[in-house]
Design a protein around this ligand. Structure first.
Ligand code: M6R
Length: 609
């Protein structure tokens, strides 16, 4: 939800900022802008559309030469997608320019106050209000003005500010939206995430909430908005360039689907002790006593992460025999939730920055729950706000459609369920058998990926259909939801996922001879029931595409198309069954000519509620 990059050092800022914006473009891509200070004067360029359009505009203008600059790629919240609303925004008196990620909630009253003071606004954004407020409070010290302004605002922000009266100073600050400072040799790169930093330095520190950093070419100083000095901890970035390069793939989503076997092996590495028949989760070590006493788990998430949380619910109940439930973060917080003693809340999030999920976890923690994070991005807000957690270790996910994070989340939740089961009642032998099966999953996913050509052929056959159903039962009901979400978000085809049995209670009315219905019909406790549901669709003219277990010849007699996945224990099947669904969505988007990695209206991490 908006990407920020800023630079101060000895190099020309513009190419570095543009390259950084391209890395961050997955966070928002409806418009982009840049400001530098050149010869003591601000230069600003803004453009609706992709970063490449801004780049072209800069090229036509002969480029910007300054070595201090800020840049932004936007996902619109306040105000439509037009040039006036693009960042950077400026004040109208002191040559201040600012980029912002987040939402200033009290912007309307601040705007009225500033208008009364004679300021004139040129956009509809909350960001311009903050830029103007900094300008209003500016005397001769940018850092002081930024702090004074931030003490007046409510909401969330990550900001980078420059001022032509102080051409050697960059001021950045954060509350609620992520921001990191990369510390190079006589230069600094500030960005929303490490992907825009790692090409320049591997040393960085994340800003904590309410922290402000004043950076010059000579050094930096960190303090809170109330002027209390802070000593940040600079550490090595856990990211290398190869992880964020597309390589030989056509899209990041494709790369991320195909790297699942490799990254899931990393998710498991060092966490399985088959000899002792147990899962070793170092991140939970300090809370094992509390976890033994746990009586109820609440898993909270949004989007794809919610689907993996739903699988987590099944896993915790089925394997660990512990009460579990799933909540949309966005709903949980506003419902006056009841948190009894020995409740564990688990926030599931790839980015660790999703505002709805974060606020739910914090709410539950404030009400006495033990808060765990199942998070991919190391050092993210969720990772820091929770008591303990388990990282996915699937590497950066850049495609907006989440794929490897989904399987990574399910993998971690499976380990969590086995960890709980073992502490409660499961014998080492039984656990060791489950772990052997779990360790086989990466190789089985590699085999499921061999369906790629077949999935493309099947997708080609139905890609012109505008309405699809995805149906599954038990563990694979959430997989059906995930298949429908993937198709919707990147191919813009309307799709609904539901429990297969629910179809008879209404949605069956939609079935006609144009409707593809994708069934997850792997071998398991509900296989026969799913077969009956398939028959119900076929007898009404619907087209059945089945995801089934290798060796199942019966299914080919009832389904028009079958996509086979390797045999596995039922509790592991979502990690395999989702693979052809991810591929199907990918091929549908490519066949329909859409921008796979940057679907319309979406952004990778949703940092506003
Ligand atoms: O970063 P998170 O996992 O918390 O993000 C949650 C959702 O916004 C995310 O899964 C979204 O639904 C994806 N675009 C789905 O592909």
């Amino acid at each position: 939800m908006c990407g920020i990059v800023a630079y101060i050092g000895g190099r020309t800022a513009e190419p570095l900022l543009i390259e950084g914006l391209k890395r961050l473009e997955y966070r928002g891509y409806d418009s982009a802008g840049i400001a530098t200070i050149e010869g003591g004067a601000l230069r600003v360029a803004r453009s609706v559309g992709r970063v490449s359009e801004l780049e072209e505009r800069l090229h036509e203008a002969g480029g910007f030469a300054g070595s201090l600059g800020i840049a932004h790629t936007r996902w619109a919240t306040h105000g439509g997608v037009n040039e006036a609303n693009c960042h950077p925004h400026r004040d109208d008196r002191n040559g201040i320019a600012m980029v912002h990620n987040g939402i200033i909630e009290n912007y309307a009253s601040l705007r009225t106050y500033l208008e009364e003071k004679g300021h004139t606004f040129s956009s509809e954004t909350d960001t311009e209000v903050l830029a103007m407020l900094i300008g209003e409070l500016y005397e001769d010290d940018l850092e002081r003005a930024v702090k004074a302004a931030l003490r007046e605002v409510t909401g969330a922000y990550a900001i980078a500010v420059i001022c032509e009266k102080e051409p050697g100073t960059l001021v950045v600050a954060r509350k609620g939206s992520p921001l990191m400072v990369g510390v190079g040799n006589g230069e600094y790169v500030v960005a929303s995430d490490a992907s825009a930093i790692v090409a320049h330095t591997s040393q960085a520190f994340p800003l904590a909430d309410y922290n402000v950093v004043r950076i010059t070419r000579e050094g930096f100083r960190t303090s809170t908005i109330d002027d209390t000095p802070v000593t940040p901890k600079i550490s090595q970035l856990e990211l290398d360039l190869e992880q964020i390069e597309i390589g030989t793939f056509s899209h990041f989503m494709q790369k991320e689907i195909f790297e699942q076997p490799k990254v899931l092996a990393t998710t498991l590495r060092g966490r399985i002790d088959r000899n002792e028949g147990r899962v070793v989760l170092g991140g939970l070590a300090n809370f094992s006593k509390e976890l033994v006493k746990a009586r109820r788990f609440i898993l909270t998430a949004q989007g794809t992460a919610l689907h993996s949380a739903m699988i987590g619910e099944y896993l915790l109940e089925d394997l660990a025999k512990i009460s579990a439930e799933v909540e949309f973060g966005s709903e949980f917080r506003y419902r006056n939730p009841i948190i009894e003693e020995n409740t564990v809340v688990v926030g599931v999030s790839q980015s660790g920055e999703t505002a709805d999920t974060l606020s739910a976890v914090i709410e539950a923690k404030d009400r006495g729950a033990l808060a765990l994070g199942v998070v991919n991005v190391v050092g993210s807000t969720m990772a820091r706000e929770t008591d303990a957690g388990v990282y996915l270790r699937v590497g950066p996910e850049i495609g907006v459609a989440s794929t490897k994070a989904f399987t990574g989340q399910v993998m971690v939740l499976t380990m969590l369920a086995l960890y709980m089961a073992r502490r409660r009642f499961m014998s080492p032998d039984v656990c060791a058998r489950c772990l052997t099966q779990l360790e086989a999953v990466p190789d089985k996913i590699a085999r499921a990926l061999e369906t790629n050509d077949r999935v493309r052929q099947v997708t080609e056959r139905y890609v012109d259909r505008d309405n699809w159903l995805f149906l599954g039962r038990g563990y694979n009901y959430p997989t059906a939801l995930e298949g429908a979400l993937k198709l919707k978000e990147i191919s813009y085809i309307h799709a609904e996922g539901m429990p297969a049995a629910e179809m008879k209670h209404g949605p069956i009315a939609l079935i006609d001879d144009g409707m593809p219905a994708v069934f997850i019909a792997n071998q398991g406790r509900q296989y026969e029931k799913v077969m009956s549901n398939i028959a119900e669709v076929r007898s009404r003219g619907g087209h059945v595409i089945a995801v089934a277990t290798e060796g199942d010849t019966e299914i080919a007699k009832v389904a028009e198309e079958v996509l086979y996945i390797p045999e596995c224990e039922e509790f592991l099947s979502p990690m395999l069954a989702v693979v052809p669904l991810q591929l199907m969505a990918y091929h549908a988007a490519v066949l329909r000519g859409h921008d796979v990695d940057k679907p319309r209206n979406l952004a990778k991490s949703v940092t506003v509620e």
